[in-house]
Design a protein around this ligand. Structure first.
Ligand code: ASP
Length: 349
């Protein structure tokens, strides 16, 4: 298909989410509905001269019900259809879209084709829906080629309203704005206005000679611990002693800071000594952990807590699931958490 003048072939994987929901006539709440309803509401799709295939989750789901087994299903569909399509559009609820995008970026090693995830804030059947435009733009991006005739996008990305964002750099930031996603620590991949303007210097460059490798085992023995003033020693210890937990993303203050008192640092050090991997990720939506800036951040580094630099929470937790899922030892997981694997973190490897 590559470089030929054949029609672009795009596979839509419909998982659910608001974009395809309709109102239940009795309860009036929104519920996922099937793919034909969705496509019937976008007649303009025929104006794109594409060959479009589709696969749908049966039943489609609200993305709050997504779990790693669903990510594996998406990854396996991409793999099974990889040679038959030029690009993939995943229709997904917005609530956990950034987690799915982050997870897929790790699961689809050597991805060399676009996987564009989109959804909407209003169902596709609503008059003012954002779903139609998001779907059509996602399809155009999945089919886009650069001047060499190669796929413009070779990575997992989120398309939402005016922005195309790297999937593992994205977070949902609004429950009601059409521009619901941001990527605070990495530039947008394309700006959507009258034209779709690609920012080619920041696009992921994949190695075209390497085959796609799908990793579909995610280890869910990982969790967040969120710091807040008033957190007690008991609460902290209870969480650190969660049975079977192997990795913790510690959501710290500012540049990676935490209380420096012994009630906090001792249980953290003891957990690390027991073999638990702890990753320091800032609660701020923007900026980076810098363990050398304050004594309070340095204490964590001295205890063996790893810096997550500018990684998002969504990418941090899914990266841990991926690394443990590969069967890595504690030391290997620590090593790879400090490296950028697929554009998720700003660090010199
Ligand atoms: N609850 C919905 C979901 O995530 C919200 C949405 O799609 O915007 O599936």
């Amino acid at each position: 298909m590559t470089k030929s003048k054949a029609k672009p072939r795009i596979l839509i994987i419909y998982t659910g989410g608001t974009i395809g929901m309709i109102e239940d006539p009795v309860s009036k709440v929104l519920k996922p509905f099937d793919f034909s309803h969705l496509i019937d509401n976008v007649p303009k799709i025929k104006k794109l001269d594409f060959e479009i295939g589709n696969i749908q989750f049966n039943p489609p789901i609200d993305s709050s019900n997504m779990n790693p087994s669903h990510w594996s299903m998406i990854a396996r569909e991409v793999e099974a259809n990889y040679d038959n399509y030029d690009g993939f559009v995943v229709l997904h609820g917005t609530d956990t879209m950034a987690y799915t995008a982050s997870a897929l970026s790790f699961m689809l090693e050597n991805l060399d084709k676009p996987v564009i995830i989109t959804g909407s804030q209003l169902p596709i059947g609503e008059v003012r829906t954002d779903g139609e435009e998001n779907l059509l733009t996602a399809l155009q991006i999945a089919a886009a080629r650069n001047s060499r005739g190669d796929a413009m996008i070779n990575e997992v990305a989120i398309l939402f309203e005016n922005h195309l964002l790297r999937g593992n750099r994205s977070s949902k930031v609004s429950a009601d704005n059409f521009n619901a996603f941001t990527s605070n620590n990495y530039p947008e991949l394309a700006s959507i206005g009258l034209d779709i303007t690609y920012h080619e210097k920041v696009l992921y460059q994949s190695d075209h000679n390497r085959p796609l490798i799908v990793h579909d085992t995610m280890d869910t023995n990982v969790m967040f611990i969120v710091l807040h003033p008033g957190l007690t020693k008991e609460m902290l210890e209870y969480q650190l002693n969660t049975p079977s937990v192997k990795g913790i993303v510690l959501k710290t203050y500012g540049a990676g800071n935490s209380p420096s008192d012994e009630w906090f640092t001792k249980p953290i050090s003891e957990a690390i000594e027991r073999g638990i991997v702890i990753l320091n990720v800032t609660q701020c939506g923007n900026g980076s952990v810098n363990s050398n800036l304050y004594d309070t951040g340095n204490t964590l580094a001295k205890a063996g807590v790893i810096s997550g630099h500018d990684i998002t929470s969504e990418a941090a937790i899914t990266k841990m699931m991926y690394l443990f899922g590969k069967g890595m030892t504690t030391n290997q997981v620590k090593k790879y958490l400090q490296r950028d694997i697929c554009g998720e973190m700003t660090v010199n490897n």
